[in-house]
Design a protein around this ligand. Sequence first.
Ligand code: NAI
Ligand code: A1CAB
Length: 265
Amino acid sequence: MNSEKVAIIGAGNLGKSIIQGLIDTKTYPLENITATKRNLKNLEHFEKLGVKITSDNSAAIKDAELIIVALKPHNILGVLAELAPHINPEKHILVSLATGISIKQIRESIGKNLPIYRAMPNTAADVQESVTCICSEDYNMERNEKVKSFFNAIGSTIQINEDLMEAATVIGACGIAYVLRFIRAMIQGGIEIGFDANTASKIVTQTVKGASELLIQREQHPEYEIDKVTTPKGCTIAGLNEMEHNGFSSALIKGIVTSYKKIEK
Ligand SMILES: NC(=O)C1=CN([C@@H]2O[C@H](COP(=O)(O)OP(=O)(O)OC[C@H]3O[C@@H](n4cnc5c(N)ncnc54)[C@H](O)[C@@H]3O)[C@@H](O)[C@H]2O)C=CC1
Ligand SMILES: O=C(O)[C@@H]1CCC=N1
């Protein structure tokens, strides 16, 4: 069971999803979580449940073992440089969630030799369904396990090399938005052919969940499952081919590559 004292520095969209996921584990001691933000207004509902909140980053890390930094890429290095005097390399493990900021850059801005990890979760942490890609240069098994098990509490984890972190950002973190846009389009199509939005949404979301589960549980290639649905001369293949004529797969792949190129390395 996880119980590390954790400071979440910069609890915005992603930080709050992680906190909500931890709360919903019902086993993580909420008094061991401290969340920071400059304006605390929209963290107050967490405080009512027992999470500590503060806008003082140095106070937040004082008793923490894990420091999860969920700041934007443009200010993470500056904030970490300010926090550096309060960081204790013997005690702290730092995990950065910032897109495109390397372990080397983080180490240089802190100027201390502490264990540094990068992790790329997604906002499905909120419902404990994140997939979190993790990398580090830390060979300490115990610390590795600690970081992994923290993120396992809000979904699953995959260990990757640092040079794949930007690719992980795109398909794992941006991926939530791509899939949601796909779902929205399917709902819109469902409405056009007769359903009200609510019913269309129920059918589509469960269908997407079911399709995912088929691949997760059966470990199949998508096309294997597609073959089972596409009746010869049937409506599925007619629709699928029309989507492909209009650039469905191509649009998605081009979007993924554009997102990837947008990340400054
Ligand atoms: N939103 C997402 O789905 C994902 C975001 N990321 C990465 O996570 C990081 C955070 O992203 P978001 O949560 O979307 O951004 P966000 O802007 O919602 O959250 C950052 C938070 O940090 C706070 N903040 C700014 N300066 C601060 C300071 N000095 N001390 C304490 N708090 C401060 C801001 O008020 C804000 O609430 C980014 O680096 C992003 O690239 C990674 C994976 C997914
Ligand atoms: O859009 C962004 O830049 C961030 C990184 C991954 C998800 N959101």
